[in-house]
Design a binder for this molecule. Sequence first.
Ligand code: C5P
Length: 425
Amino acid sequence: MTPARRQERMITIDGPAGTGKSTTARALARELGLHYLDSGALYRTIALAARRAGIRSPDDPALASLLQRTRIELVPRAHGFRVRLGGHDVGTALREQSLGALASRLAQAAPIRARVGALLRGAAEGRPCVAEGRDMGASVFPDASLKIFLDASLEARARRRFDELRTQGAPVTLTAIRTEIAARDRRDLSRTVSPLRAAPDAVRIDNSALTPRGQVRLIAELYRRAGRLPGPWLYRIAQALLRMLFRTLGRAQLQGAEHLPPGPYLLACSHRSLIDPPFVGAMIPGGLSFLAKAELFRHPIFGGLIRRLGAIPIRRGTFDRAAVRAVLGTLQRAYPVLVFPEGTRRPEGDRRPPKGGVALLARQAGVPVVPARVCNTAHWRRVLLGRGRLGLVLGAPLRYPHASRADERFAADVMQAIRALPSEP
Ligand code: C5P
């Protein structure tokens, strides 16, 4: 296999059909000076060779000899590769709908997958690449420095494909495209060899509501940051000091850190005490940005401090568009953001419904929501006297269900996930 060092500058982008992987990968290659490696083009090239040889099924015994005699090359060029079949450029014939469907069927054959994997690894030898497909992060480039898994609702994907094909003048219907994409999803997910799946360390991005530009900016930022400690130096110092304080005086514990996704996320936390924001900020590895009442920023010293720690001002009692924009911008720069879905401090056991803000942000940013529960922060005096301990308990991330655009229901689900977490660390 490939030495890990070689893949230091390697991005993989996987996901189902119609999530904009190619557009994103191409734009990233330009922006970051990488080579765009399109694995789908290789499956399509093999499908082209198979079609010429009259092969239409992955079980056709003639497939082995076809693979043996077929010469496929990836020739490097600026920001990408040219695919050559038998010494000739394959060109635009590859993009045909019917070829995509045949490629999808043939991609189930293990010898084809092995051949494509070898071609891709050969092309990436000593060359920084952004590789795009279904199994790039999970099986072809397991040592890539950044792995992305793109997803979007079936509806959003079908609509994008439909718009794209219609502008090319193709006679298509939305229903036919939806059916075709759903069939491809089924094949990609269910095949036994390298099925479509996210690598465990992949950053999952739901782009149903993201602009292509916003998505590219987010991934570029994640790539630039891969391996580096996020956060400005002031934050890191403040975090180290506070964490030491909470640990020694409050015997603070963080539980469920394995639930924190590698990319940006919203941390939806219960709110019981004034110390919750600094406590959560101190306990989350790598730190996060948070919302604070606009009034706090007016204080000359405190205001300057929280601003430099990455706080976002929010005007309460109104829909603060600027705050929403700032949170989305922060998430796009790959920073997690802390939100209190209850809106304000509430006593334990308060059952009033949460605000919808957390759902709106999750929907618009396409990021997961990690439920979090603070333990005993309202009883910090008691804890100081040696009774109990402070805790922050995290749960499995929730994703906004794009199929059913229901902000209130999702916010209630988040709140329920918070309440279901243990009340003691
Ligand atoms: O991405 P594109 O539509 O060009 O890929 C054509 C087909 O090849 C896909 O529908 C998919 O079934 C298959 N494929 C795959 N693994 C990859 C890339 C594509 O199985 N890494």
